[in-house]
Ligand binder design. Structure first.
Ligand code: URA
Length: 237
């Protein structure tokens, strides 16, 4: 295990001895380059990314969306952020207060932990694409309503069609169940390779970083999930 990987596992709160016997292959040069260029912001910067024209058109369409009532309470839509050519698409639930304010997904405490999870996999935040099931914040961070998920569904599908990721990492129950159209408890979804509906795109499920902040003991399970996701990715590339 490399020292920088140890460092990010430590940030995730995972003791290295948990993984001593499990070799993990990660893209060392990408991590080192990212660190040396100081790109690994613990608090992500809110810089508008330059999107290819089709994604940009979609983002502009979403920005004025009024398909559900969430448009009435949002500050702004949260389209997603990252590499438009990403192999990895990370999908969360919905913007929270910080994300609604900044227009970028996963920028709060949970976002910092997500960054550490990604870095432990050798994936700087900038290298993946991060989006949510919902593009608008539900008031008081309540769970998304089915009609809101339905209204937003085609946006996520269009993002997937344009980005063409190789693998999806669904973080949290809401993301996993809505993405896969399943009601299976998240604990039972872990360790399974699912497919995004009507495609062969693999989906791996793990716990939401906000849940990990409340239940740090579960971080070991998440590291198992992330290793499983990396193995799945490696097997298809
Ligand atoms: N939680 C999510 O699921 N998505 C965000 O963007 C922020 C917090």
């Amino acid at each position: 295990m490399q020292s920088y990987q140890r460092q990010y596992l430590k940030e995730m709160g995972i003791d290295v001895w948990v993984d001593r016997n499990t070799p993990v292959s990660i893209n060392e040069s990408v991590v080192e380059k990212s660190i040396s260029q100081n790109k690994v912001s613990v608090q992500p910067e809110n810089q508008p990314s330059v999107l290819p024209v089709e994604l940009d058109t979609l983002a502009k369409q979403i920005a004025v969306c009024t398909k559900c009532s969430l448009h009435e309470s949002r500050t702004q839509t949260v389209f997603g952020v990252g590499n438009p050519d990403a192999d990895w698409l990370v999908i969360g639930e919905a913007p929270g207060a910080d994300e609604d304010r900044q227009g970028e997904p996963f920028v709060g405490r949970a976002g910092r932990l997500l960054n550490s999870m990604l870095l432990a996999m050798g994936l700087p935040r900038e290298q993946v694409f991060i989006a949510n099931i919902l593009k608008c914040r539900p008031p008081n961070n309540r769970d998304p309503k089915p009609e809101e998920v339905t209204a937003c569904e085609s946006y996520l599908r269009q993002q997937i069609d344009l980005i063409k990721p190789i693998i999806i990492l669904a973080v949290g129950r809401i993301a996993a169940q809505n993405l896969l159209k399943l009601e299976t408890p998240i604990g039972k979804m872990r360790g399974q390779r699912y497919q995004y509906p009507d495609s062969e795109l693999p989906v791996i499920v793990t716990y939401h970083p906000a849940y990990l902040l409340r239940s740090p003991r579960e971080k070991r399970k998440v590291w198992e999930d992330l290793k499983f996701a990396m193995q799945t990715y490696k097997a298809i590339t």
